[in-house]
Design a protein around this ligand. Structure first.
Ligand code: SF4
Length: 327
């Protein structure tokens, strides 16, 4: 049973930190840090979608890029399919990269405007020496068709495509090596609503077909609810709540999650829900507050909250929260 549980976990992240050094000011000698990711732990199972939500600047994108080692972590461990990827270098890291891919938010800026679509989508096959010549072309055409594009598109340039088509190119490039894990960083937020639905459906079909695990990063709570099996809520570099998507959306346990969910428009106009307005802006990640990082904006705060940092605890099965109100 345990062996099966271990096999089912694809990614295991423990105590991940990423601090960016910054100078404090032109006249100041001292160096400070932006505490972008400040000790997060989570895992992703095979075939699972973990959604990561939070306000902009909370560390979501840095978390996604760090687990792919596009950014080097400051501390913590990242285990992918049983391999400690923080120790990998050279060929070992390159091989692993073929199994972990990313889809970026802005398809236009993530595609080289001087390259034809065939070269963009086929580039991973070159880098990882997987196919060349006619074999490579066939694989590119096949994946283009799978994402809803045509053979002729290999000769076009990104500027000749619509936003939706460009995002399909980004997806084709990400899955051409049949990865195990795909990080989608705001994968549909740059697209029109009607195109968003098509791209979401495509991502879901591909997950089924290629047995993909997803980490979907978004500020869009409705998208995260729709796509995710489990959801992690991030605030100022830390996870404040993580749990099964359904439970978390029905019964949020953290005041920050509760406030975020209260802002989602309800489809049924007869149902009234009080919108919780968060006071002020999140504190600077260069100078996080003492105790609970959320205390300056929390309407439930009490004395301990300013002094003692709450740790993530399992309150219900599989549902973790970092708040003194929850024991
Ligand atoms: Fe609010 Fe205190 Fe819970 Fe932080 S620990 S979320 S300040 S009640």
């Amino acid at each position: 049973m345990l062996a099966k549980a271990m096999r089912d976990t694809l990614l295991k992240v423990k105590g991940l930190k990423k601090f960016f050094p910054v100078r404090r000011g032109i006249l100041s000698e001292g160096k400070g840090y932006v505490y972008a990711v400040d000790g997060v732990s989570f895992d992703i199972k095979r075939g699972e979608t973990l959604g990561l939500v939070g306000e902009s600047g909370c560390g979501k994108t840095t978390t996604g890029k760090t687990i792919l080692r596009l950014i080097e972590p400051t501390d913590g461990s990242i285990e992918f399919d049983g391999i400690d990827i923080c120790r990998l270098k050279g060929d070992g890291l390159r091989r692993l990269r073929s199994r972990m891919q990313i889809i970026f938010q802005d398809p236009y800026s993530s595609l080289n405007p001087r390259m034809r679509i065939g070269s963009i989508v086929g580039e991973p096959l070159d880098i990882h020496k997987v196919a060349k010549g006619s074999d490579k072309e066939e694989r590119v055409v096949s994946i283009l068709k799978r994402v809803g594009l045509k053979r002729e598109d290999i000769n076009r340039y990104p500027y000749q495509l619509s936003g939706g088509e460009r995002q399909r190119i980004g997806i084709a490039r990400a899955i051409i090596l049949s990865p195990d894990l795909v990080v989608g960083d705001e994968p549909v937020s740059a697209l029109d609503a009607s195109i968003q639905a098509q791209v979401i459906n495509l991502l879901e079909e591909l997950q089924e077909e290629f047995h993909l695990s997803y980490l979907i990063i978004s500020h869009d709570l409705s998208l995260i609810e729709y796509m995710s099996d489990r959801v992690a809520v991030m605030y100022l570099g830390k996870f404040v709540e993580i749990g099964d998507s359904k439970n978390l959306y029905i019964s949020p346990l953290h005041p920050y999650t509760e406030a975020l969910l209260s802002a989602i428009p309800l489809l049924d106009p007869t149902i009234k829900r009080e919108k919780i307005i968060l006071r002020g802006e999140p504190p600077s990640p260069m100078n996080p507050p003492s105790g609970c990082y959320f205390h300056s904006r929390c309407s439930y705060r009490f004395d301990d909250c300013k002094m003692i940092e709450p740790v993530l605890k399992e309150v219900n099965r599989g549902h973790f929260v970092a708040c003194h109100l929850r024991g």
